[in-house]
Design a protein. Structure first.
Length: 137
């Protein structure tokens, strides 16, 4: 009995590390070119994938996000620093958002497909534009 358990454990450990199916890649940093306040990227996703874009903001700035997609079930959410409660939910409010930033930190723009499209394995080609501007005059 001990030998059987030892063989099973040895087989499991020899398989290497497993990654959880819920593991997601880290957020892609949004880097504005020197002197620029706008960032645009063309990208794609499929099924239940989502892509996070991380943008650093400061209190007093205005953040604007716009998504154009080949798939009508493709949306984005905006998450504040260190919080999973979305400031903006695209599936409810649309594919364009502009609002002042109230706290310094890294904001996450999460691009995703709605569950109906994800379950069918649909794909989306999209262009995401992120602008950040100072409210100072």
């Amino acid at each position: 009995m001990k030998r059987g358990i030892s063989l099973i454990l040895a087989a499991l450990f020899s398989m290497g590390s497993w990654s959880s199916p819920t593991e997601r890649p880290t957020a892609r940093p949004v880097r504005f070119e020197t002197g620029q306040s706008s960032f645009s990227v063309r990208d794609s996703l499929k099924g239940d994938q989502f892509i996070d874009y991380a943008v650093r903001g400061k209190a007093g700035q205005t953040l604007r996000v716009k998504l154009k997609s080949s798939n009508s079930s493709n949306y984005f959410n905006v998450l504040p620093p260190d919080n999973h409660d979305a400031l903006f939910v695209g599936s409810i409010e649309g594919n364009e958002w502009t609002a002042p930033i109230h706290a310094d930190g890294i904001y996450t723009v999460r691009v995703y497909l709605m569950r109906n499209a994800a379950r069918r394995g649909e794909q989306a080609q999209f262009t995401l534009t992120i602008d950040i501007a100072s409210n100072e005059k």
